[in-house]
Design a protein around this ligand. Structure first.
Ligand code: SF4
Length: 323
Protein backbone atom coordinates (compact mmCIF):
# COMPACT_ATOMS: atom_id res chain seq x y z
CA UNK A 1 0.00 0.00 0.00
CA UNK A 2 1.34 3.47 -0.70
CA UNK A 3 0.77 6.93 0.73
CA UNK A 4 -2.38 7.29 -1.40
CA UNK A 5 -4.08 4.85 0.99
CA UNK A 6 -4.96 2.59 -1.91
CA UNK A 7 -2.94 0.27 -4.11
CA UNK A 8 -2.45 1.65 -7.61
CA UNK A 9 -1.49 -0.11 -10.80
CA UNK A 10 1.22 2.49 -11.48
CA UNK A 11 3.06 1.60 -8.30
CA UNK A 12 2.51 -2.12 -8.86
CA UNK A 13 3.94 -1.94 -12.40
CA UNK A 14 6.97 -0.06 -11.15
CA UNK A 15 7.65 -2.61 -8.42
CA UNK A 16 6.92 -5.59 -10.64
CA UNK A 17 8.62 -4.72 -13.93
CA UNK A 18 11.06 -2.05 -12.75
CA UNK A 19 10.42 0.14 -15.80
CA UNK A 20 7.71 2.57 -16.91
CA UNK A 21 4.99 0.49 -18.54
CA UNK A 22 2.36 1.68 -21.01
CA UNK A 23 -0.80 0.18 -22.43
CA UNK A 24 -1.35 -0.29 -26.16
CA UNK A 25 -5.07 -0.84 -26.88
CA UNK A 26 -5.92 -3.24 -29.71
CA UNK A 27 -9.10 -4.14 -31.58
CA UNK A 28 -9.07 -7.78 -32.74
CA UNK A 29 -12.38 -7.50 -34.57
CA UNK A 30 -14.29 -9.71 -32.14
CA UNK A 31 -17.96 -9.29 -31.38
CA UNK A 32 -20.07 -10.13 -28.37
CA UNK A 33 -23.16 -12.27 -27.67
CA UNK A 34 -25.06 -9.15 -26.63
CA UNK A 35 -24.66 -7.76 -30.13
CA UNK A 36 -24.76 -10.67 -32.56
CA UNK A 37 -28.11 -12.05 -31.35
CA UNK A 38 -26.73 -15.03 -29.40
CA UNK A 39 -28.06 -13.32 -26.26
CA UNK A 40 -29.25 -9.96 -27.50
CA UNK A 41 -28.82 -7.32 -30.18
CA UNK A 42 -28.46 -3.87 -28.64
CA UNK A 43 -25.48 -4.48 -26.36
CA UNK A 44 -25.17 -3.39 -22.75
CA UNK A 45 -27.05 -0.12 -22.35
CA UNK A 46 -23.87 1.96 -21.88
CA UNK A 47 -21.78 0.32 -24.63
CA UNK A 48 -21.28 2.04 -27.96
CA UNK A 49 -20.96 0.33 -31.31
CA UNK A 50 -17.21 0.03 -30.89
CA UNK A 51 -17.68 -2.45 -28.05
CA UNK A 52 -16.17 -0.26 -25.36
CA UNK A 53 -12.96 -0.25 -27.30
CA UNK A 54 -10.81 1.56 -29.82
CA UNK A 55 -12.78 0.93 -32.99
CA UNK A 56 -9.39 0.71 -34.74
CA UNK A 57 -10.45 -2.15 -36.98
CA UNK A 58 -13.29 -0.07 -38.40
CA UNK A 59 -10.74 2.48 -39.53
CA UNK A 60 -9.03 -0.25 -41.57
CA UNK A 61 -6.04 -0.73 -39.30
CA UNK A 62 -5.31 -4.46 -38.98
CA UNK A 63 -4.03 -5.95 -35.75
CA UNK A 64 -0.32 -6.09 -36.59
CA UNK A 65 -0.48 -2.52 -37.84
CA UNK A 66 -2.27 -1.36 -34.68
CA UNK A 67 0.37 -3.01 -32.51
CA UNK A 68 3.24 -1.59 -34.56
CA UNK A 69 1.77 1.92 -34.40
CA UNK A 70 1.21 1.60 -30.66
CA UNK A 71 4.72 0.28 -29.98
CA UNK A 72 6.25 3.08 -32.04
CA UNK A 73 4.17 5.69 -30.24
CA UNK A 74 5.28 4.41 -26.83
CA UNK A 75 8.89 4.11 -27.96
CA UNK A 76 8.96 7.72 -29.23
CA UNK A 77 7.45 8.93 -25.98
CA UNK A 78 9.95 6.97 -23.93
CA UNK A 79 12.92 8.17 -26.00
CA UNK A 80 12.19 11.67 -24.71
CA UNK A 81 12.18 10.40 -21.14
CA UNK A 82 15.15 8.05 -21.73
CA UNK A 83 15.52 4.50 -20.41
CA UNK A 84 13.72 1.21 -20.94
CA UNK A 85 10.01 0.68 -20.99
CA UNK A 86 7.45 -2.09 -21.06
CA UNK A 87 4.16 -2.45 -22.90
CA UNK A 88 0.88 -4.12 -21.99
CA UNK A 89 -0.79 -5.37 -25.17
CA UNK A 90 -4.44 -4.80 -24.36
CA UNK A 91 -7.08 -6.55 -26.45
CA UNK A 92 -9.78 -4.15 -25.38
CA UNK A 93 -12.73 -4.16 -27.76
CA UNK A 94 -15.68 -6.55 -27.43
CA UNK A 95 -15.42 -10.11 -26.00
CA UNK A 96 -12.10 -11.51 -27.12
CA UNK A 97 -12.72 -15.10 -25.98
CA UNK A 98 -16.06 -15.26 -27.80
CA UNK A 99 -14.24 -17.00 -30.65
CA UNK A 100 -12.90 -20.44 -31.50
CA UNK A 101 -9.67 -21.25 -29.67
CA UNK A 102 -7.86 -21.34 -33.03
CA UNK A 103 -8.90 -17.74 -33.73
CA UNK A 104 -7.75 -16.60 -30.28
CA UNK A 105 -4.40 -18.33 -30.87
CA UNK A 106 -4.10 -16.57 -34.23
CA UNK A 107 -4.87 -13.18 -32.66
CA UNK A 108 -2.30 -13.68 -29.92
CA UNK A 109 0.36 -14.69 -32.47
CA UNK A 110 0.62 -11.00 -33.33
CA UNK A 111 2.27 -10.18 -30.02
CA UNK A 112 4.68 -13.16 -30.03
CA UNK A 113 7.61 -11.36 -31.75
CA UNK A 114 7.47 -8.66 -29.09
CA UNK A 115 7.14 -10.79 -25.96
CA UNK A 116 9.58 -9.90 -23.23
CA UNK A 117 10.70 -6.71 -24.92
CA UNK A 118 8.78 -4.55 -24.95
CA UNK A 119 5.56 -6.52 -24.30
CA UNK A 120 5.66 -7.53 -20.63
CA UNK A 121 1.96 -8.41 -20.26
CA UNK A 122 -0.96 -9.35 -22.46
CA UNK A 123 -4.39 -8.28 -21.29
CA UNK A 124 -7.55 -9.74 -22.81
CA UNK A 125 -11.03 -8.29 -22.24
CA UNK A 126 -14.06 -10.55 -22.25
CA UNK A 127 -17.37 -11.47 -20.61
CA UNK A 128 -17.82 -14.05 -17.84
CA UNK A 129 -20.17 -16.17 -19.98
CA UNK A 130 -17.88 -16.38 -23.00
CA UNK A 131 -14.88 -18.14 -21.56
CA UNK A 132 -14.67 -21.71 -22.89
CA UNK A 133 -12.01 -24.02 -21.48
CA UNK A 134 -10.37 -24.21 -24.93
CA UNK A 135 -9.74 -20.44 -24.84
CA UNK A 136 -8.46 -20.67 -21.28
CA UNK A 137 -6.05 -23.37 -22.52
CA UNK A 138 -4.69 -20.88 -25.07
CA UNK A 139 -4.30 -18.15 -22.47
CA UNK A 140 -2.73 -20.51 -19.97
CA UNK A 141 -0.18 -21.61 -22.58
CA UNK A 142 0.71 -17.95 -23.10
CA UNK A 143 1.42 -17.53 -19.37
CA UNK A 144 4.53 -19.66 -19.96
CA UNK A 145 6.00 -16.74 -21.93
CA UNK A 146 4.46 -13.59 -20.53
CA UNK A 147 2.12 -12.38 -17.82
CA UNK A 148 -1.51 -12.73 -18.92
CA UNK A 149 -4.42 -10.76 -17.52
CA UNK A 150 -8.11 -11.30 -18.14
CA UNK A 151 -10.31 -8.20 -17.97
CA UNK A 152 -13.69 -9.46 -16.86
CA UNK A 153 -16.81 -7.33 -16.56
CA UNK A 154 -18.91 -7.71 -13.43
CA UNK A 155 -20.13 -4.08 -13.44
CA UNK A 156 -22.65 -4.63 -10.61
CA UNK A 157 -23.08 -7.46 -8.12
CA UNK A 158 -26.83 -7.68 -8.52
CA UNK A 159 -28.61 -9.89 -11.07
CA UNK A 160 -31.58 -7.49 -11.31
CA UNK A 161 -29.29 -4.59 -12.18
CA UNK A 162 -27.38 -6.77 -14.66
CA UNK A 163 -30.68 -7.62 -16.35
CA UNK A 164 -31.81 -4.00 -16.43
CA UNK A 165 -28.60 -2.82 -18.06
CA UNK A 166 -28.62 -5.64 -20.59
CA UNK A 167 -25.48 -7.43 -19.42
CA UNK A 168 -27.32 -10.75 -19.72
CA UNK A 169 -25.00 -12.70 -17.46
CA UNK A 170 -25.22 -13.34 -13.74
CA UNK A 171 -23.06 -12.59 -10.73
CA UNK A 172 -22.49 -16.33 -10.25
CA UNK A 173 -21.18 -16.58 -13.82
CA UNK A 174 -18.66 -13.87 -12.95
CA UNK A 175 -17.59 -15.72 -9.79
CA UNK A 176 -17.13 -18.95 -11.70
CA UNK A 177 -15.22 -17.38 -14.61
CA UNK A 178 -12.92 -15.43 -12.28
CA UNK A 179 -12.07 -18.56 -10.35
CA UNK A 180 -11.45 -20.71 -13.46
CA UNK A 181 -9.09 -18.11 -14.91
CA UNK A 182 -7.20 -17.46 -11.67
CA UNK A 183 -6.56 -21.20 -11.21
CA UNK A 184 -4.82 -21.16 -14.62
CA UNK A 185 -2.34 -18.51 -13.42
CA UNK A 186 -4.13 -15.69 -15.19
CA UNK A 187 -4.44 -12.36 -13.38
CA UNK A 188 -8.12 -11.46 -13.32
CA UNK A 189 -9.11 -7.79 -13.42
CA UNK A 190 -12.75 -7.26 -12.41
CA UNK A 191 -14.62 -4.27 -13.82
CA UNK A 192 -17.25 -2.27 -11.93
CA UNK A 193 -19.41 0.75 -12.74
CA UNK A 194 -20.80 2.90 -9.93
CA UNK A 195 -24.13 4.66 -10.39
CA UNK A 196 -25.84 2.13 -12.67
CA UNK A 197 -29.64 2.49 -12.76
CA UNK A 198 -31.20 0.80 -9.74
CA UNK A 199 -27.85 0.04 -8.06
CA UNK A 200 -27.22 3.01 -5.75
CA UNK A 201 -24.69 3.41 -2.97
CA UNK A 202 -25.54 0.03 -1.47
CA UNK A 203 -24.85 -1.48 -4.87
CA UNK A 204 -21.39 0.09 -4.96
CA UNK A 205 -20.63 -1.47 -1.58
CA UNK A 206 -21.97 -4.87 -2.57
CA UNK A 207 -19.99 -4.90 -5.82
CA UNK A 208 -16.74 -4.25 -3.94
CA UNK A 209 -17.55 -7.01 -1.47
CA UNK A 210 -18.14 -9.50 -4.28
CA UNK A 211 -14.92 -8.49 -6.07
CA UNK A 212 -13.06 -9.01 -2.79
CA UNK A 213 -14.74 -12.39 -2.14
CA UNK A 214 -13.86 -13.58 -5.66
CA UNK A 215 -10.19 -12.90 -5.01
CA UNK A 216 -9.67 -11.07 -8.30
CA UNK A 217 -6.19 -9.58 -8.51
CA UNK A 218 -7.07 -6.24 -10.11
CA UNK A 219 -10.07 -3.92 -10.09
CA UNK A 220 -11.16 -1.24 -12.53
CA UNK A 221 -13.96 1.05 -11.42
CA UNK A 222 -15.51 4.13 -12.93
CA UNK A 223 -18.68 6.20 -12.85
CA UNK A 224 -21.56 5.69 -15.24
CA UNK A 225 -21.08 7.71 -18.44
CA UNK A 226 -23.58 8.33 -21.21
CA UNK A 227 -22.00 7.87 -24.63
CA UNK A 228 -23.48 8.72 -28.00
CA UNK A 229 -25.24 5.95 -29.91
CA UNK A 230 -26.01 3.84 -26.84
CA UNK A 231 -29.31 2.66 -25.37
CA UNK A 232 -28.43 4.74 -22.32
CA UNK A 233 -28.41 7.87 -24.46
CA UNK A 234 -32.14 7.38 -25.11
CA UNK A 235 -32.88 6.83 -21.42
CA UNK A 236 -30.85 9.91 -20.51
CA UNK A 237 -32.56 12.13 -23.08
CA UNK A 238 -35.91 11.08 -21.56
CA UNK A 239 -34.63 12.15 -18.13
CA UNK A 240 -34.60 8.59 -16.80
CA UNK A 241 -30.93 8.44 -15.75
CA UNK A 242 -29.44 10.01 -12.65
CA UNK A 243 -25.70 10.57 -13.00
CA UNK A 244 -23.11 11.08 -10.29
CA UNK A 245 -21.34 14.37 -9.69
CA UNK A 246 -17.65 14.05 -8.72
CA UNK A 247 -18.21 14.60 -4.97
CA UNK A 248 -20.94 11.97 -4.76
CA UNK A 249 -18.94 9.56 -6.90
CA UNK A 250 -15.93 9.94 -4.62
CA UNK A 251 -18.12 9.25 -1.58
CA UNK A 252 -19.36 6.03 -3.14
CA UNK A 253 -15.90 5.18 -4.46
CA UNK A 254 -14.49 5.53 -0.97
CA UNK A 255 -17.10 3.06 0.33
CA UNK A 256 -16.07 0.77 -2.53
CA UNK A 257 -12.33 0.99 -1.89
CA UNK A 258 -12.78 0.41 1.85
CA UNK A 259 -14.49 -2.90 1.06
CA UNK A 260 -11.87 -4.25 -1.36
CA UNK A 261 -9.11 -6.53 -0.13
CA UNK A 262 -6.03 -4.48 0.87
CA UNK A 263 -3.90 -6.43 -1.63
CA UNK A 264 -6.07 -5.96 -4.70
CA UNK A 265 -4.57 -3.60 -7.27
CA UNK A 266 -6.69 -0.69 -8.45
CA UNK A 267 -6.10 -0.35 -12.18
CA UNK A 268 -8.49 2.56 -12.52
CA UNK A 269 -10.60 4.65 -10.15
CA UNK A 270 -12.40 6.82 -12.67
CA UNK A 271 -13.48 6.74 -16.28
CA UNK A 272 -12.75 8.84 -19.30
CA UNK A 273 -14.09 8.85 -22.80
CA UNK A 274 -13.19 10.78 -25.95
CA UNK A 275 -15.00 14.16 -25.86
CA UNK A 276 -16.70 13.43 -29.19
CA UNK A 277 -18.35 10.35 -27.66
CA UNK A 278 -19.18 11.58 -24.17
CA UNK A 279 -22.57 13.19 -23.57
CA UNK A 280 -22.70 13.22 -19.77
CA UNK A 281 -21.65 13.78 -17.09
CA UNK A 282 -19.29 16.56 -18.13
CA UNK A 283 -16.98 16.73 -15.15
CA UNK A 284 -14.54 19.57 -14.72
CA UNK A 285 -12.18 17.39 -12.69
CA UNK A 286 -9.30 15.35 -14.04
CA UNK A 287 -8.41 11.74 -13.30
CA UNK A 288 -5.66 12.90 -10.96
CA UNK A 289 -8.09 15.17 -9.16
CA UNK A 290 -10.41 12.21 -8.52
CA UNK A 291 -7.49 10.23 -7.11
CA UNK A 292 -6.60 13.14 -4.83
CA UNK A 293 -10.23 13.48 -3.73
CA UNK A 294 -10.33 9.76 -2.95
CA UNK A 295 -7.13 10.04 -0.89
CA UNK A 296 -8.52 13.01 1.02
CA UNK A 297 -11.81 11.26 1.72
CA UNK A 298 -10.03 8.15 2.98
CA UNK A 299 -7.87 10.37 5.21
CA UNK A 300 -10.93 12.22 6.49
CA UNK A 301 -12.56 8.90 7.39
CA UNK A 302 -9.34 7.60 8.94
CA UNK A 303 -9.57 4.58 6.66
CA UNK A 304 -7.83 3.04 3.66
CA UNK A 305 -8.28 0.30 1.07
CA UNK A 306 -9.51 -2.81 2.83
CA UNK A 307 -10.50 -1.13 6.11
CA UNK A 308 -13.99 -2.61 5.85
CA UNK A 309 -13.03 -5.85 4.11
CA UNK A 310 -14.24 -8.69 6.26
CA UNK A 311 -12.92 -12.18 5.76
CA UNK A 312 -12.21 -12.02 2.03
CA UNK A 313 -9.37 -14.25 0.84
CA UNK A 314 -6.11 -12.72 -0.39
CA UNK A 315 -6.39 -12.15 -4.14
CA UNK A 316 -4.95 -14.71 -6.53
CA UNK A 317 -1.76 -13.19 -7.82
CA UNK A 318 -0.43 -14.39 -11.11
CA UNK A 319 2.90 -15.25 -9.52
CA UNK A 320 1.34 -17.47 -6.89
CA UNK A 321 -1.74 -18.87 -8.55
CA UNK A 322 0.05 -21.81 -10.14
CA UNK A 323 2.21 -22.61 -7.11
S1 SF4 B 1 -20.44 -7.25 -23.22
FE1 SF4 B 1 -18.89 -5.66 -23.61
S2 SF4 B 1 -18.76 -5.45 -25.84
FE2 SF4 B 1 -20.65 -6.59 -25.37
S3 SF4 B 1 -22.24 -5.03 -25.36
FE3 SF4 B 1 -21.54 -5.31 -23.24
S4 SF4 B 1 -19.88 -3.79 -22.90
FE4 SF4 B 1 -20.27 -3.96 -25.13
Amino acid sequence: MNDLRFRTLGRWLEDHFGTPTYRVALDAGSTCPNRDGEKGFGGCVYCDVEGSGTGALRTGSDLAEQLELGLNRVSRRQQHAGGDHGVIAYFQSYSNTYVEAARLREVLEVVKPHLGAPVVAVSVATRPDTLPDECLDVLEALTEHVEVWLELGLEAACDDVLTKIGRLHTVDEFREAASRAALRGIGVVGHAILGLPGDGREGARRTAEVLAECGVWGVKVHHLMVLRRTILEGWWRQGDVELLEPERYVDWLTDFVERLHPEQVLHRVTGESPPEKLLAPQWEVSKNAVRSMLTRELEARGSRQGSLCEGAPAPFFTESAKA
